[in-house]
Design a protein. Structure first.
Length: 80
């Protein structure tokens, strides 16, 4: 039984950057993270903006756990 030889294209031709589609780029991460049930939803550069957004989520959905995580200090503040 004879084996068939497979020719691969050159690596330079195979690496072509496709334009990134909207929604596939990682969002820039700011200092304060809004977390809902320990899942990060958004990030903010100002603690007041993050708190305001967290309070709006908590008011709309009182059963979920909402917190603001400070990445510089590694502290989490729960919103009640």
């Amino acid at each position: 039984m004879a084996t068939k030889k497979i020719n691969m294209p050159p690596k330079e031709a195979a690496i072509e950057e496709a334009p990134a589609r909207k929604g596939q780029q990682r969002p820039t991460q700011e200092r304060y993270l809004l977390q809902v049930d320990r899942q990060t939803k958004r990030s903010f550069s100002d603690v007041d903006e993050a708190t305001k957004a967290g309070e709006a989520v908590k008011k709309a959905y009182p059963m979920v756990m909402v917190s603001i995580y400070d990445t510089a200090e590694s502290e989490s503040t729960a919103i009640t």
